[in-house]
Design a protein around this ligand. Sequence first.
Ligand code: FE2
Length: 251
Amino acid sequence: MDRKRCRELFDGYVEAYDPQIIEIKLKIDHTYRVAEIAERIAAAAGADTDLAWMLGMFHDIARFEQFTKYGTFKDAVSVDHAELGADILFKTDDSFRGIFGENAAVAETAIRLHNKLDLPEELDEGTLIYCNILRDADKIDIFRVINEPPYDERNRLIASMASPASEEVMDCVLKHRCVPRPLIHNKFEALIGQCCMGFELVYPESIIIAKEQGYLGRLLGLDIRESTMKEQLGKLRTEILREWKIKGISD
Ligand SMILES: [Fe+2]
């Protein structure tokens, strides 16, 4: 696999979008970081590091079109960016499909499924590995993104407001599950939902990277004034550490 060619393809595609726009820049940075993280997870898991890196490079290719057309990254009110991305890569343009070579089918599935709440049960082992590597890498870098502008401002706001999470949201915490979008009704619940992605990291190496980077830890340690919210965030931290211990990584 030719990484230089991959970078050229990615840069060539993104050239049509303005990197002065903060959201566009954000997704370019996210892409390179996810590629790097996916490669590291793949190395630890004994998987194909080139394929993992490429999945990172192209998984969010539709974000640029999505933001330009709809002005949002919210799939629910615009377009499913994973489906659109897979269509751009594998249905419309031969130059993208070509670089994945014999791995095109696995790559298409991994990219299509990277944003779904759950993976379908019938995936074969060879495909499942790359779905999980990409999803882990994406989640790890999302923890970074939600520590940075404009989310840092939102996090400061959450720390000073009084809007505890619902029982249904806290039930997801207790079950170590991601929070389904319809359950999220305020900024604090959105933060809880984002942190719950920590439960779903599959590979021990992913947990090690997340811990090393410290972004999730920073969110879970947010200095919240309101007592119920403080307790809820503390509970979430305890449960995530419990889940990580189950997966072999202790504090
Ligand atoms: Fe994505």
